[in-house]
Design a protein around this ligand. Sequence first.
Ligand code: ADP
Length: 477
Amino acid sequence: MKVLYVSNEVAPFAKVGGLADVAGSLPQAVARRGVDIRVVMPLHRSCPAIEQCSVPLPCLSVQTPYRALVASVLQSTLPGSDVPVYFIKYDPFFDRPDPYGEGGTDYPDSPQRYAFFARAALALDHALGFRANVIHANDWPTGLLPTFQRLNPHGRPTVFTIHNLGYQGSFPLTVARDIDIDPTSPAMPLVQLGARINYMAAAIRSASVISTVSERYATEIQSSGSGHGIDDLLRDRAGDLHGILNGIDRDDWDPSDAPRLPAAFSADDLDGKARCKAELQRLVGLDVNPRIPLAVAVSRLVHQKGLDVLAEVLPRAVGRPMQFALLGTGDEKLERLYRALAQANPGRVAVSIAYDEDLARLHYAGADIFLMPSRYEPCGLSQLIAMACGTVPVVHSTGGLADTVSEAPPDQTGFVCHYLTPQDLLSAITRAVQAYETPDRWRPLMVRAMRQDHSWTKSAREYVALYEQARRKHAGG
Ligand code: ADP
């Protein structure tokens, strides 16, 4: 089996959120199952320089019905593996400060950038003579790939994974000509949604099979309340829509083998966690106190993550003994709100407005409690990383958070708020703090959270089965 895995973000080369973590780790787990899987991404500014790569294709001609652009292809591997990663180098589109856009808005030429990326990935497959049996596309930037394959008489089976339905790549109809799709062509009914072009809708209609990143989210997105306006398209494809839970790279997040942490620790020996906590408190300017429970959030600051609801209850939450540290960037209003909370609660609330992977590691390792009150959450990796570090999550019961965190004894791994209201969230945080105050309860809870198996082993097997299903479906017409 040969799979071309296509993503706009791949850790560690370019990362905005969890998609990058998945694209950097799932292909390795799939390769361990004997699949020849190769990753394709754009050469964003944060990717390796040409001197650090080989150049298998100095010239790659990317054709549309109306023009040809010439890119080049650099090659490296996913760190710690021999899974090849191909970077499409086309600087006019991808040599930019951020993979998507700036200030939370897509670059104005995003439709062209990602139509080009989809065509370039297919051109690369052809030029290398790889001829993948299955093309695995991820999220809206790759949404046109399944459509191009479906319309091609020699097209291959496609798997399309929805990592977040809230971002669809929706643009005015007039972009059809900019992306070289003739409004009278058979592609048009696949890419058009009402008076818009919608890349996510195109993929949902065209892919051989569709997956999303938890079973709960697969169900939720078929309802009008959580379907972001395209639940009807998903219901039409219900028989081909599968939920496969994301994993994390356990080696990458293992606190017992963490040169970047002040001290190592494990479920059998938790002593080092206290050193991580003291270092986190010192570094972000909280009172250094081993006894006070320390809650953290590491997050993109966007409406989805529910941090506005948390801000409402935070003054009351830190009124009883609790500290809070936030690491995140994004929406300027949320940044201002949290800066003000830190100013009003010195020593109790600390806010780092930054994207910083080492600081994120210290938050996961040094904290006692991880707060994740997302309005919706397709899977969520942060709560899995937190659990691996013995940091007990408090979550809203939605999507992957509902599938991975339970408050029910005897398998309790965290605290769950069922309705995202300030009262329910405060009550869940209070339950966590009360449990923290009873070490006989807290320690087993931490250890249970740490021992959960969120490796890729099971999910990688499910993806390989999905690739086989895509091939059968494609062969059957
Ligand atoms: P999403 O993909 O919606 O952002 P996930 O929980 O699936 O949410 O994944 C988020 C990933 O991004 C995690 O690896 C998390 O540690 C990382 N992350 C989020 N914000 C920051 C930040 N400010 N600095 C470093 N890493 C961050």
